[in-house]
Structures are given as structure tokens and as C-alpha cells.
Ligand binder design. Sequence first.
Ligand SMILES: Nc1ncnc2c1ncn2[C@@H]1O[C@H](COP(=O)(O)OP(=O)(O)OP(=O)(O)O)[C@@H](O)[C@H]1O
Ligand SMILES: [Mg+2]
Length: 383
Amino acid sequence: MAASVLTRLALTDFRSYARAELALDGRPVWLAGPNGAGKTNLLEAVSFLIPGRGLRGSGLAEVGRRLPGEAAGRAWAVAVTVRVGGDDDGETRLGTGVETAGAVRRVVRVEGEPAPPGRLAEHLRQVWLTPAQDRLFLEGAAERRRFFDRLVFAAEPIHAAHVQAYEKALRERMRLLTDGPADAAWLDALEARMAEAGALMAEARARTLTALTAEIATRGERPFPLARLSLTGEWERLALEGADFADIEARLAKALAPVRERDAAAGRALTGPHRGDLAVVHAEKDRPAAECSTGEQKALVLNLILAQAARLARAEGHPSPILLLDEVAAHLDARRRAALFDEIEALSLQAFLTGTDEMLFDGLAGRAQGLRVEGSELVEIGR
Ligand SMILES: Nc1ncnc2c1ncn2[C@@H]1O[C@H](COP(=O)(O)OP(=O)(O)OP(=O)(O)O)[C@@H](O)[C@H]1O
Ligand SMILES: [Mg+2]
């Protein structure tokens, strides 16, 4: 499948940008500039072109440009043209934003026509790595689940809907259990919903884990450490062991009813696919990621991201992903930086990379589009 690339990107009142417009040629794009220049903001703008809350997980009002003294963010827009496979006929215009300041619902347009956010995933997929993920292995399981779910989502966008449905039923069940009245029939119905959505979640996670593990194995020796992955949750384990959907669903439904009192006493649900963790081991050193050095942890995560991107780039029938790599170059030594650039080129995917120093991207000279960002102004550098 030919890669999907952005050929045009336009921002209006997004974060620090009053207006910005870029023509892109499909090669990797690097953005260099001082702290606060607007590099991450640009990546974040791109990240709003898939369903969800962008790479910072921000609210819609937060991302509208706000001048000092202004109470609310302005109406904002991000628009792109996506080209599939070098064919001009295969171009689609996508846009998103909010049409009035402080609006809580974002508008999505495909070819200028209003569309549900889910439609974006038909045209664009994304995989990203941000500095916030530097602490991935030092934080709680919830962060790692979210990270992993985003990888699953890049492969199967419907996963987000299943996670949402599961969490909604989970919250309602807890409300009934703690506030009452704990109507048994209503609890049964909520648990049935949790079991269905939860089994779908566990299966999708298991599929991604299996595919990633295979991808990492075939990638073999790289300057990035190989990761050994596992999912600790019992529902994912069942799926990995080959249990079918109906079996997982039935077992999950059956497990929930007997623990109502326990969950009510604990004030939180202790059973279900919202509980598992992603365990990552540095394969060569046979050491859990949390015990690895900062740079090694970064390289492990990067390897996961690249493996998922490589796998999705090959898969037929859906758009290939765009890579957003915020401040990734700075953490890597020169050898790994060079390897990252080669890898990006070999994947033939459009990648956006940021760094504070232009020199970090010297290794991409002649094979990327370079941009200097200063005060949220973009200047193309011809090299
Ligand atoms: N809603 C907003 N309206 C106006 N400006 C904003 C808004 N949100 C953030 N900013 C500003 O955008 C600026 C640029 O932020 P950004 O995170 O893109 O910088 P950066 O180039 O990635 O810097 P760093 O190298 O420190 O990561 C910041 O100074 C921030 O205050
Ligand atoms: Mg930044």
C-alpha cells in the first residue's frame, strides 16, 4: 500500500499560531527552533486530524489561540490535504476545529462536508512519541494502557469506541454500586455491556501484541534495543491463549456479578480489562524497562512505535500512518540518531520530527524538508 502523506497543512488560531500554511512534498519534515517556538504545537495540530484529543490530550477550548487577557480560546481550524500513493486523484481534504470560541464539540469536514470524527480514520492514521512518554515505564499501569491502546487504535480505530463503551458502563455500574439503588437487573445489563466491550478490547489488544511481537522479531538486530512485550491482564491473556470472543465475554460477565459488594466497598472496580498492564523487557539485557537507563527506555519505546508503524505501513486496505516524533532526536546518541533517520527513510512514511537545534538533523540533509520555527513563524530551509 502506498503511503498516505500530507501535502498541505494550514492552521488558523491554533495555539500560538495566528495563521500558518505549509506545502509538503512527502519527505520527512523536521522543525527546529528554540523553546516555545511552536514546534510541538504544530505536531499537535496534525494530531487533531484523527479522532481523539490530540497528542497532549487537551480540551478543545485549550487549543484555540488565546492572547494575554483573553478569557477563552478562539475558534480554530486545522486543514490538510492527504495524498495517497503519489496519485493526484487520490487527494482528500480534511479539516477540523471549533467554529465558535469555547465550543465543546469539534467539527470535522471531509472534502468540505461535515462528517463524524470517526471518518478521519478512513484517511489518516498516526503514531506518535512525545516527551511525556519519557516517563512511561516509571508511571502507573494506566499510562501504559493508554499508550498501548493508542497503538491498537492506529491499527483498529474501532478500538477507541469499544474502550469508551466499556468505560461508560464501568462508571455507571460503580455509580449504582456506591450511590444505589443497586437494581440487580440494571447491574446485569451494565455488566453485559462491559463484558461485550471488554472482550472486544482484550481481543484487539491481543492482536496488536501478537503482531508487534512478530514485527519486532523480524526486524532483528537494530541499534534500538529489542523489546519483549507482554500484557498482564487476565482477559488479554485469555485472548492470547486463543479463547474465542463468546468465551471471553461470558467469563467476564460471570466474573463481575459476584464482586459487586467487593467493588462497592473498594470504591472502584477491581476486575476487567481496565486493570492490566503492558510489561516491557529489554530483551538483550533481560531487564525490565523500568530498570533501564533513560536513553535505553526512550529507544525501547521508539522501537515499539517504529515496529507498529512498519507493520501498518505494509498492511493493505487502510491508510499508512504518519509519524509524529516530538523531541526524539535529542535523546539519542549520534549512532542511534542516524539509524532513526535511515529507518524513517526505509519505511517511506511521512514523519514530523522536532528538535531545538538544526544540527540534530544534519544526518537528514538532502532527504528531508527542514523548517526553522521562531515565534510561531515557519521558515523553510533549503537543504
Ligand atoms: N492556546 C494558546 N494560545 C496562545 N499561545 C499558546 C496557547 N497554548 C500554548 N501557547 C504557547 O505556545 C508556545 C509554543 O509552544 P510549543 O509547545 O509548541 O513550543 P516548542 O517549540 O515545542 O518548545 P519546546 O522546545 O520547549 O518544547 C508557548 O509559548 C505557549 O505558551
Ligand atoms: Mg515542544
